[in-house]
Ligand binder design. Structure first.
Ligand code: RVP
Length: 501
């Protein structure tokens, strides 16, 4: 006979936190959001810890290289999407790893044949005043000079003047060789009183720049996620079909952690994939698995050797799995049950397997709720898709500035590997996701800082200075639908609407 669970499954929106006692110590600046990303043994430190408990979803519209760098710079990490060829995904990972913190690949490039008008237009577009002049006008071409605002005066020159006539040529520039350390580069900048240092490959092609201003920004980003060689930490999505081909390429490209990306992870396919990775690489290659929504699913993946387990079916903003297939579970209930199983598993085995709550975060406080319910970190798609750094197009629709955001199960993404059940057909039988717009929200940095400050403030209200303390002390209450209405502004005429979070 079928098993019935007659308790309704709840979403984050149906819970609130009840404040606990907060001492004078409980102020946001004392709160740490550090959290484990991968499993560890009792008494040991996890191999990778996140500085902020947020990772970006394994999606075409979210986790490209630009977002990966910016998120790592600010304490989280991205999982580069796997719905592209193994070669393309590995190349994307390699480009993130090539962006050493402090070494930036040049986004403003022209050739000597361009004109002052081109310089001005580019400056307007990128907001950057240093333009690399390369033979072919690309970011990795042979460097022939640099144009900075000191090289021209618009009032005294013609817009048609050729760049070659006013750039600072290579022989007048201080440059460094690829392989130089960041601190050596900074010493050269200080000793020569220059604002930027081009770093060149042996054959004169441009690798990137070190900027004086980044020395300060380095100090401004104390939460950077860096590996031992000061490269940004990055994750990558894999599937349970082409792992034998994909995983080696991703590992060679420098991916720090992998995640099997599937809409339903309680499957033999995931165990086979993890086994293959363990046989080939032992524990050196970290791999998360999922998604599951109950105790059984968690225990299966933990025992299969997953480094973290991802929770959530059908709660994603673009996801129609529940409508299409009738599977899933309210995200809050799923997280609560899985985290209880995680704690029991830890008690029994001494191995702590972090839990990631994936999808369905609508308001910033949902992140705090997920953490309070036991999640170690959350994965977000819609949230990150709204930012400048996401790979999708910015548009104006009906007077509102939006960015495009589409599900991996939509016809647009065609991520068959995430949804097929071993059928092996390289096409989707039916859609499980939609193509949509999300309101454009600006730069990742400011948004993330605001979200983190909200999380920290709530943690202080609960008397918690760390995520484990929050999980121990949190008092959560279910709310009635009437009290949800009471939670927003009500019975007043609003003058203006706040931002959506
Ligand atoms: P959200 O943050 O609510 O936008 O949800 C993102 C999550 O939704 C992803 O991490 C993934 O688990 C899920 N997803 C991605 N594509 C689809 C789909 O097409 N159904 N679902």
């Amino acid at each position: 006979m079928a098993k019935y669970i007659n308790e309704p499954a709840h979403t984050f929106n149906e819970y609130l936190l009840i404040p606990g006692y907060s001492s004078c110590e409980c102020i946001p600046s004392n709160v740490s959001l550090k959290t484990p990303l991968v499993k560890f043994k009792r008494g040991e430190k996890p191999a990778i810890e996140l500085e902020v408990p947020m990772v970006s979803a394994i999606m075409q519209a979210v986790s490209g290289e630009k977002l990966a760098v910016e998120l790592a710079r600010n304490g989280g990490i991205s999982f580069i999407y796997g719905s592209q060829t193994p070669e393309d995904e590995a190349a994307m990972v390699a480009r993130v790893k090539a962006q050493k913190a402090g070494f930036v690949s040049s986004d403003s490039n022209l050739s000597p044949n361009n004109t002052l008008a081109d310089i001005l237009a580019l400056k307007e577009k990128t907001g950057h005043s240093t333009v690399a002049i390369t033979e072919d006008g690309t970011a990795s071409g042979k460097l022939v000079g640099i144009v900075s605002s000191r090289d021209y005066r618009v009032s005294r020159m013609k817009k048609t003047d050729k760049v070659s006539t006013f750039m600072t040529p290579l022989d007048k520039l201080v440059t460094a060789k690829f392989g130089i350390t960041l601190s050596e580069a900074n010493d050269i900048i200080w000793d020569n009183k220059i604002n930027s240092l081009p770093v060149l490959y042996e054959d004169g092609r441009l690798y990137g720049f070190v900027f004086r201003k980044d020395y300060d920004s380095h100090r401004e980003n104390p939460h950077e996620m860096l590996d031992a060689q000061k490269r940004f930490i990055v994750g990558a999505g894999i599937n349970s079909r082409d792992y034998a081909e994909r995983v080696p390429l991703l590992v060679d490209a420098g991916a720090d952690v992998l995640c099997i990306d599937s809409s339903e992870g309680f499957s033999e396919w995931q165990r086979i994939t993890i086994n293959w990775i363990r046989e080939k690489y032992g524990d050196k290659v970290k791999v998360g698995a999922g998604n599951v929504v109950d105790r059984e699913g968690f225990l299966f993946l933990a025992e299969a050797g997953a480094d973290f387990v991802k929770v959530g079916i059908g709660g994603g903003s673009i996801c129609i799995t529940r409508e299409t297939k009738g599977i899933g579970r309210g995200q809050a209930t799923a997280v609560i049950e899985v985290c209880k199983a995680r704690d029991e598993y830890f008690e029994r085995t001494g191995i702590y397997v972090p839990v990631c709550s994936d999808g369905g975060i609508v308001h910033d406080h949902h992140i705090t709720l997920a953490l309070a319910m036991g999640a170690d970190f959350v994965m977000l798609g819609r949230y990150f898709a709204r930012f400048d750094e996401s790979p999708s197009q910015k548009r104006t629709v009906g007077g509102t500035v939006v960015k495009e955001y589409w599900g991996e199960g939509s016809n647009r993404a065609r991520n068959w590997g995430r949804y097929d059940l071993g059928v092996g057909e390289k096409k989707l039988q039916f859609e499980e996701g939609v193509d949509s717009y999300v309101p454009y929200a600006g730069a990742l940095k400011e948004n993330l800082a605001k979200t983190c400050s909200k999380i920290k403030a709530t943690m202080c209200n609960c008397g918690a200075l760390t995520i484990p303390e929050l999980q121990e002390k949190a008092k959560l209450t279910l709310v009635s639908s009437t009290s949800i209405i009471e939670g927003g502004a009500h019975d007043v005429i609003r003058k203006e609407k706040d931002g959506e979070n």
